[in-house]
Unconditional design. Structure first.
Length: 106
């Protein structure tokens, strides 16, 4: 039996969304050498690192630890990048929730 066109379309949208998320994450790591990783969790509103729909930056790992201003800049850039993604592609929320993104070390 041939898969339905709807399933093929949904798969293509998911692959495109995953690729867009990956490109954005790689750009963040490329732009901030001290960024080791970060995680996105669900929580009620009120955190300064709140993203959208109850998502927030649960942790950000930096090494070596930059100064206060650069740390704020990195947090804000992660937040803005993820907000932009969520605005453009709301389905990315399912790919963010409960995930940790880490720099690959070789």
């Amino acid at each position: 039996m041939k898969p339905s066109t709807t399933n093929e379309t949904n798969d293509a949208v998911l692959r495109h969304t995953e690729a867009q998320l990956e490109a954005s994450i790689l750009s963040l790591f490329g732009g901030f050498p001290s960024l080791c990783g970060f995680s996105v969790q669900e929580r009620s509103e009120g955190s300064s690192a709140t993203l959208e729909g109850g998502l927030y930056l649960a942790a950000v790992g930096l090494y070596p630890l930059p100064g206060v201003e650069e740390t704020k800049l990195i947090y804000e850039e992660i937040r803005l990048t993820l907000l932009e993604l969520l605005d453009e592609r709301p389905e990315v929320r399912a790919l963010l929730s409960g995930r940790t993104f880490a720099r690959a070390l070789h």
